[in-house]
Design a protein around this ligand. Structure first.
Ligand SMILES: NC(=O)c1ccc[n+]([C@@H]2O[C@H](COP(=O)([O-])OP(=O)(O)OC[C@H]3O[C@@H](n4cnc5c(N)ncnc54)[C@H](O)[C@@H]3O)[C@@H](O)[C@H]2O)c1
Length: 336
């Protein structure tokens, strides 16, 4: 492998464009191919970035380019097959969240990566958010004592056009559910902090969109560590995102991470561990015109993928860990 890691980006939509921008800006990365079934879109992006070779057929791209890693930024229902094809073409993989729509597909992806000796990495950019890193430190240090409960709210707006103008959003087969899209970031953090999800009691409804999946959901959950909690999610909030928050209730402290996308500390009261002063809360959202997603720390993800593939440090989320989010999502839906 040369000192520049070669990336190919498959799926050049909302987040694919962000992958292209941050990879282009990464000193030790080079984009060698773009792929999208929408030729106009991929051609325009190729031109914007100086004529990167582009393809409208994924398998042709895999066979023709010498990428070290393929970023999969396509609808959820395509992640597993595209990752397996990339692995069989001996490419490392960076797959967008959710890793796949079900646990069986995650296993197939992991097996394919292992069989071909390549790395399977999953985008979890919220782990880099300043409030998340601070909370992780507080949890790891033990200052919070025993953790009793956690409350997670994902109270967001997705306007009608978000689903109507897309050929995959709102579809069970291609999107899965709102847990796969909006909530998987939050579930990743909960499982990372409190262990695998063991129990769930769930209620789902579709109240305000013409879609096959839920737009309102609630689940009472219990994690392997014994922490009990609730997750409430909706895409029905009027006009704009209201809140994306996680509140941790511990024996010796309470932390509420909030803002619209886990970008603020709303409350911090931890025994012997005051909130460090002069912290800059500088996480920005991924903004897509009429709606906003979670944090835009994709530059840090790509930076760590480069470091991983150059054997400098290990700070990426690999398939086995990414799969835990899908296990939790599968359990939550199975208990509705
Ligand atoms: N990490 C994050 O914060 C974040 C944010 C947004 C989206 N995402 C994830 O990124 C993925 C894409 O979401 P999006 O919002 O960019 O969707 P999008 O609809 O804007 O883009 C998807 C693109 O994939 C292309 N595509 C579809 N089938 C293809 C195929 N067979 N080969 C090549 N290209 C194909 C489409 O033409 C489209 O351009 C999803 O998994 C989504 O959950 C992650």
């Amino acid at each position: 492998m040369s000192n520049k890691i070669k990336f190919a980006i498959a799926g050049c939509g909302s987040i694919g464009s962000r992958h292209i921008a941050v990879t282009d800006a990464e000193e030790r990365a080079e984009i060698v191919a773009l792929c999208d079934i929408d030729e106009q879109k991929v051609k325009a992006l190729s031109e914007t970035y100086g004529g990167i070779p582009y393809f409208t057929d994924y398998e042709t791209m895999l066979a023709s380019c010498d990428a070290d890693v393929v970023n999969i930024c396509t609808p959820h229902g395509l992640h597993a097959e595209m990752a397996i094809k990339a692995a069989n073409a001996k490419k490392n993989i960076l797959v967008e969240k959710p890793m796949a729509l079900n646990v069986a597909d995650c296993h197939r992806m992991i097996d394919a990566a292992q069989a071909n000796g390549v790395k399977l990495m999953v985008v979890k950019q919220n782990r880099y958010n300043v409030p998340i890193a601070l909370t992780k430190q507080a949890l790891d240090s033990g200052f919070l004592g025993q953790i009793f409960m956690v409350q997670c709210n994902v109270l967001w707006n997705r306007h009608q056009g978000y689903y109507k103008d897309s050929n995959w959003r709102g579809s069970k087969k291609l999107e899965g559910g709102a847990l796969h899209t909006q909530v998987s970031h939050f579930i990743d953090l909960l499982v990372w902090w409190f262990g695998d999800l063991k129990e769930a009691k769930t209620h789902l409804e579709t109240k305000n969109h013409d879609i096959e999946i839920e737009d309102c959901g609630q689940s009472l959950v219990k994690f392997g560590s014994g922490v009990m909690g609730s997750i409430i999610w909706t895409t029905c909030v009027y006009n704009k995102n209201y809140e994306g928050s996680i509140t941790v209730i511990g024996e010796n402290g309470t932390i509420k991470i909030g803002g619209q996308y886990l970008n603020k500390i709303e409350f911090w009261d931890v025994k012997s561990y005051p909130l460090p002063e002069e912290i800059e809360f500088n996480d920005k959202p991924n903004a897509y015109g009429k709606y906003q997603g979670t944090s835009s720390n994709h530059d840090k993800v790509v930076h760590d993928v480069v470091a991983e593939l150059l054997n400098e440090r290990h700070n990426v989320v690999e398939g086995n860990e990414g799969m835990k989010t899908i296990e939790a999502i599968e359990l939550i839906y199975s208990k509705s």
